[in-house]
Ligand binder design. Structure first.
Ligand SMILES: Cc1cc2nc3c(=O)[nH]c(=O)nc-3n(C[C@H](O)[C@H](O)[C@H](O)COP(=O)(O)O)c2cc1C
Length: 282
């Protein structure tokens, strides 16, 4: 194959080892939903299966299924028909998707998406590291998470990851980008805590590091663990993370014992004045 694309990215169609898995090329289909294709209780419909059958046939080496919220209460739920992975009853639906992606020759990754500041769509509140008022009015009023809430949230993510494994996915992707829950903890704009989860870079990253370690234990050492992080938050003017701080969080995620296989880099947060502009795997 040749042409301007292949000249610029000569390795894009060559195989790559990711952890214990073999990826037939370096194209990753980033998690993407169609907001009204699932049911209100977060189940997958025939329409969504048909869409994923098309995605499975794209030839992408790694395909990430859309972000599913992990907690039964729905504090992590970002939109009315977001996919749920908060109960074992959803496993058969995820299994159909994992099988489809494998038949198409892709590595199958399930994304777990707790929306934090942008969550709680069915509730009267969202959860955040601190009680920082919304800048975008249609989101729910914030409630600060206690340490118990943090521990429960870690357990919910572990259960969600276990379900994805039981469904046959090769790994999970954790969302610490945009303005979702983990990114809220990383960012000094939304994290004003004075306990061990706030303040210094290390403290702001603590929840992410603990969560990755717990998920690694839950899924075993051979399954893939990917994290999607901001390379730029684009919230500098509001006291958010600078690009060098974002890089530090990437290193933190890669270095600790969780065995993160890939960092999916992203730009922008929901409250930033600039648009989200790109994403890529590092
Ligand atoms: C309708 C829609 C749904 C999306 N759902 C998700 C999602 O569930 N999880 C996620 O991490 N990103 C989601 N994204 C973001 C995409 O993964 C991607 O970053 C964005 O479309 C920009 O991709 P591009 O740089 O290839 O244009 C969604 C984007 C769109 C347009």
């Amino acid at each position: 194959m040749n042409g301007p694309g292949i000249d610029r990215y000569p390795n894009i169609f060559s195989a790559l080892k990711v952890g214990s898995a073999s990826c037939r090329n370096r194209v990753k289909y980033a998690a993407c939903s169609v907001s009204n294709f699932n049911t209100r209780d977060g189940s997958i419909t025939d329409r969504e299966y048909a869409r994923m059958e098309v995605i499975a046939g794209t030839g992408a080496g790694m395909i990430t299924n859309q972000g599913a919220y992990p907690d039964p209460e729905g504090a992590g739920k970002a939109y009315y028909r977001q996919l749920s992975i908060a109960d074992d009853k959803y496993i058969p639906g995820f299994r159909k998707i994992a099988d489809m992606l494998h038949r198409g020759g892709a590595i199958a990754i399930q994304q777990i998406l707790h929306a934090g500041r942008y969550g709680g769509i069915d509730l009267d509140r969202c959860v955040q590291p601190s009680d920082v008022p919304q800048t975008l009015r249609h989101f729910r009023p914030p409630r600060q998470m206690s340490r118990d809430d943090i521990r429960r949230c870690v357990r919910d993510h572990c259960q969600a990851s276990r379900r994805a494994m039981e469904a046959g996915f090769d790994g999970v992707e954790i969302t610490a980008f945009m303005g979702y829950l983990l990114a809220n903890f990383l960012s000094p704009f939304t994290n004003r805590r004075t306990d061990e989860y706030g303040g210094s870079l290390e403290n702001r990253g603590r929840f992410m590091v603990e969560l990755l370690g717990a998920i690694r234990e839950a899924i075993g050492k051979d399954r893939l663990l990917i994290i999607r992080l901001n390379g730029e938050e684009l919230m500098d003017e509001r006291g958010g993370n600078s690009p060098p701080e974002c890089i530090e969080f990437m290193k933190m995620a890669r270095q600790q014992s969780s065995g993160v296989h890939r960092v999916h880099e992203n730009g922008g947060a929901g409250g930033s004045r600039l648009h989200q502009h790109r994403s890529g795997l590092a």
